[in-house]
Design a protein around this ligand. Structure first.
Ligand code: ZN
Ligand code: ZN
Length: 237
C-alpha cells in the first residue's frame, strides 16, 4: 500500500514543524506527503503575502501543496491563488446555533445537541454544494462532550445524506489518523455510497508525522480499493 499523508501542518499556521524537516522525513520514510496548513482568519495565513510565501516554501521542498480552510468561513485568498494549490481541504471547526458559535476545541457543550448536529450536517452539505474543495477534512468529528453519542448522531440517515453528496460532488472523505474519524461503520456506509477517501494525520508535531495507522487499518479491513484513495495531482514540480 502506498504510504500517503495529506494533512500536515507547519509553521505557516499553528505547528512548530518546518517544511524542510517534514520533506526530509517524508523522503526517509518514503511517504507521499502533503502540507495542508490552515487558511483561515484564525491563523497566520489569511493574506496574500503569507499565502505566497507558503506556496514558495512548500514548492521549494517538493511536497504536495494543500491548504485547509474553515468550512463556514470565507476563504481569505482570491481564486487565482487558490488555483495554485494541488488540493483544498475543508474542515468544520465551529458550528453556529442560534447565532452562537461553538468551536470544536472548546469545552462548552451545546445546550441543544440536536440543533447542533443538524447545523453541523447542513454546514458540510452546503460546503459540498458550493465550495471548491477536494477533500472534506475529519468529517463527523464531534466535540468531546458529544462524542459518547457518536454512532447515534452519525446514523444511516445522516451518513447517507453526507456521503451521497460527497460522492456526487467528487469530494474525497478524509480518514483521520489523529481524530479516528469517521468510525468504521460510517466508513463502510461511505464506501457503499461510492466516495473516495483521503488519508491524513493532521500532524502538528514531529511525533504525529505520518501517523496514519487508523486510516491504513480501515483501508485494509474494509478492502477499500486503491482507485478509491485520493491522490492529488501535482500542478508544478
Ligand atoms: Zn481541521
Ligand atoms: Zn488540520
Amino acid at each position: 500500500m502506498l504510504k500517503v499523508d495529506l494533512h500536515i501542518h507547519t509553521v505557516h499556521s499553528d505547528s512548530p514543524l518546518v517544511v524542510a524537516d517534514v520533506a526530509r522525513r517524508a523522503r526517509r520514510a518514503k511517504v507521499v506527503a502533503g502540507i495542508c496548513d490552515h487558511l483561515s482568519p484564525y491563523h497566520k495565513m489569511f493574506e496574500a503575502t503569507a499565502f505566497d510565501a507558503y506556496v514558495a516554501d512548500v514548492r521549494e521542498h517538493g511536497l504536495l501543496l494543500g491548504a485547509e480552510y474553515c468550512v463556514g468561513e470565507e476563504i481569505p485568498v482570491d481564486d487565482d491563488r487558490l488555483a495554485e494549490l494541488d488540493y483544498l481541504m475543508g474542515g468544520v471547526h465551529a458550528v453556529s446555533v442560534d447565532d452562537k458559535k461553538h468551536f470544536f476545541w472548546g469545552t462548552e457543550l451545546p445546550t441543544d445537541e440536536d440543533a447542533f448536529v443538524t447545523a453541523y450536517l447542513e454546514l458540510m452539505l452546503k460546503a459540498l454544494a458550493e465550495d471548491p474543495l477536494d477533500v472534506l477534512a475529519h468529517p463527523t468529528y464531534l466535540p468531546v462532550p458529544l462524542n459518547h453519542r457518536y454512532d447515534d448522531v452519525w446514523n444511516e440517515r445522516r451518513c447517507g445524506e453526507l456521503w451521497t453528496a460527497a460522492a456526487e460532488r467528487g469530494v474525497a472523505v478524509e480518514i483521520s489518523g489523529r481524530w479516528l474519524v469517521p468510525g468504521e461503520r460510517q466508513i463502510k456506509l461511505a464506501l457503499e455510497a461510492g466516495v473516495t477517501f483521503a488519508v491524513g494525520s493532521d500532524a502538528h508535531r514531529r511525533a504525529e508525522l505520518f501517523a496514519v495507522e487508523y486510516p491504513r487499518q480501515m483501508i485494509e479491513r474494509l478492502n477499500i480499493p486503491e482507485e478509491r484513495i485520493f491522490l492529488p495531482q501535482r500542478k508544478k514540480t
